[in-house]
Design a protein around this ligand. Sequence first.
Ligand code: ATP
Ligand code: MG
Length: 762
Amino acid sequence: MAIKRVGVLTSGGDASGMNAAVRAVVRTALDRGLEIFGIYEGFCGLIEGGDRIRPMTWNSVGGIIHRGGTIIGTSRSAEFATRRGRLCAARTLLAAGIDSLIVIGGDGSLTGADVFRQEWASLLAELVANGVVEPDVAARHPRLTVVGLVGSIDNDAFGTDMTIGADTALHRITEAIDAISSTASSHRRTFVVEVMGRHCGYLALMSAIATGADWVFTPESPPETDDWATEMITALNAGREAGRRDAMVIVAEGATDRRGHPITSEHLRKVLETGLTESVRVTVLGHVQRGGAPSAFDRNLGTLMGHAAMDTLLAGAADQESQVIGMRGNRVVRIPLAECVSKTREINALLEAQQYSRARELRGNSFNTALRTLQTLLRALPHPPQAGQRRLRLCILNVGAPAPGMNTAVRAAVRIAIDQGHTILGIRRGFQGLIDDDIQEMAWMSVNGWAPLGGSELGTNRVVPSGRDFYAIAKAIEKHRIEGLLIVGGWEGYQGAYRLFEERANFPAFEVPIVCLPATIDNNLPGTELSIGADTALNSIVTVVDKIKQSAVAERRCYVVEVMGWRCGYLALMSGLATGAERVYLHEEGVTLKSMKEDLDVLVRGFQNGKRLGLVIRNEKANPTCNTAFMCALFEEESGGAFDVRQSILGHLQQGGDPSPFDRIQATKLARRGGPADGAARVVDASPVPGRASPDHCGGPGDPHFKVPSRAGIRVEWAAPNSVLVAGRDCPVAGNSFGHRSRWRRGRPHAVVFVPLHRHPE
Ligand code: ATP
Ligand code: MG
């Protein structure tokens, strides 16, 4: 039987981004011609029925995407955990004619929903036997279909890289720790910060990476020895001796020692005060971690998952077995609900049984990469090289426009290199610094406090070497005996690297490993799905557009917002999704008069039908003729007075700001992978076989920097084909397959669905 009526509910602890998911569920359902009901107050509403079950319209979920929490309410219901409670719930659903549920909540809520589905037939039989429900009503709903979305700030679910709300929580934690850090360093103080996570160290681990914390305790990775206190204090004292002004210890609320005894923040305070003989402050972050406006990532995660949940229902993929929508490697996936819940619980049980390494394994790849990265960084302290170790002279530079996270990457790379006994030279102002010989050795403390800093402390510019520059650069490389080049930057950095590679025949000095770390807000680089800086820019855009929308005191106004991205539509599309824009214009799709006319007609009709606010987001290079000013003028003139138009060109604020937690984590992971410790140093020892990879070798999201091809000894990590690189600026996204292959554009169909006016002119 075709699904006709679907219910959506949120349950358990609230999480930012749940509203985006509800909105996507409702609008996708309406788009597909279904009836959709909001079940208010979670499972409690299901039991109570009545006006807790309300039909949802396109407008019921308007203006909620930017709000934290859940507008349909949530609860914990002891009654639903009993069969009697679920009997009431079944009766409610039958009365409303609903036999499909989309449940957004944690493991408890998903389990509850699955139990309900399994019992459905027997619940109905009981209701019929008791005369509460007519047999033919029961017969019309032979099964209950359940699709779950994991909404949980802890990011503790098996089967998905991210849960709805975790990224926003990380934003709150990072903001708090950044603020605490400045007071801590003013007073030379030590702080213990306790973050949420009873069974899962995700928030503690990631916030420690993002803020450059000095020590961390998580449930999955307890200290390896019983005398962990001495180890910690030695490390913190060493940091102090190196010149650090503050010390930050992060502890997850569920952290334990290796015997399973809790390590609490209060216990840590005592231990640290004794060991460090200085006053130690404790901050327990508590519920602020749940609150606030959802990050761009959580809005888009909720949206993509909500959309996928409805598709899963419609495809019948959940008919036999409840499914959970997850995200793996930037792709939406579905997994059996039972597996998601049982594996999640298995991890908790393993932790209780102190089987930590198996528990870590189940946490998945990205968790473990982050853990290794952090362990490397915590261990990293200036110390003499080991006997017989080869010491390299490596250099690091930023190239291209500033991207938030560049400093984070440089900091991590410098410290890892020094920790491994290498010498690392900082080059100021990109390739110009190499040309002008503006090069200085970096010390441990040169990068102190860089993790949360926006901009580029090294200095960056867009110079791509050519002509006589090569001679100057070769001279600098020889003079400083540089044995490897790490470029953290955007398209100009990649071009520069490639030019050096091409000039190897003329300048043997260039026969050194060159590694590029993708850092640009435009997200237009080949070989990676996400570059450092793009997430921060997206959040900056979303924050500003939220404000612009609120400024609409005048009725019937349409904003045309122009965002950066050069010829890559990533920022425009993703910010359009995250802010609920009516229309996005991308360079990849172009702008035609015909499409603009259609959009205009739709807007006019919308405003005539009571619409108050319109939002159009366009990429800066969407079309050279039809630029933003022209588009605004045209819309205004052709609106026939139905609405007025304001343009907003966001400009350089998109390149500024402190890096988001995601960008800091990405930068740190990449610096570890592609940086001197892990990448160049190894490659320089290999036999020289110049060559380059094919586009098939482009790294995936977990491996976003250029990948070394399988043949050992290749010296330049270079993933894009020749033609792309010589064809000119930004052509990877402009004309060739890269832009079309790139996975972020999979968001496009969703954006189309959420262009509401064509089909839903309420
Ligand atoms: P979080 O733990 O992230 O805050 P959660 O969804 O896991 O969210 P819980 O309090 O564990 O939160 O569960 C929410 C509700 O789900 C419970 O109050 C209960 O109504 C229902 N539930 C949980 N477990 C079961 C179960 N085994 N059977 C039936 N219902 C359950
Ligand atoms: Mg739970």
